[in-house]
Design a protein around this ligand. Structure first.
Ligand code: FES
Length: 105
């Protein structure tokens, strides 16, 4: 499935992700800027914060409890904020677009 990452300044980068990996892992593998992932996917750092394209909110699903409490530490949290290490890539998410926050650049 293809995932598109959009910079805070509008630059788009599309990668071919593998089913089962997280949106964060696909970004790190492809050297996408704007996702730091300091904790390596343990839902403990909030530096993999992304904004999910509103058209995909239903498919991505709601924030989990642990994710919600981690997002309290992130800046500029919005309704479509998610931690990208907690989004698992699947065929359903083909074409997913996420925007990275300026604070992670
Ligand atoms: Fe640390 Fe996602 S990588 S919370």
């Amino acid at each position: 499935p293809k995932i598109t990452y959009i910079d805070h300044d509008g630059t788009e980068r599309t990668v071919e992700a593998k089913n089962g990996e997280s949106v964060m892992e696909a970004a790190i593998k492809n050297s996408i800027p704007g996702i730091d992932a300091d904790c390596g996917g343990a839902c403990a750092c909030a530096t993999c914060h992304v904004y999910v394209d509103t058209n995909f909110m239903d498919k991505v699903g709601e924030q989990q409890e642990m994710e919600k409490s981690m997002l309290d530490f992130a800046e500029n949290v919005q309704d479509n904020s998610r931690l990208s290490c907690q989004i698992t890539v699947s065929d359903d998410l083909d074409g997913l677009r996420v925007t990275t926050p300026e604070s992670q650049h």
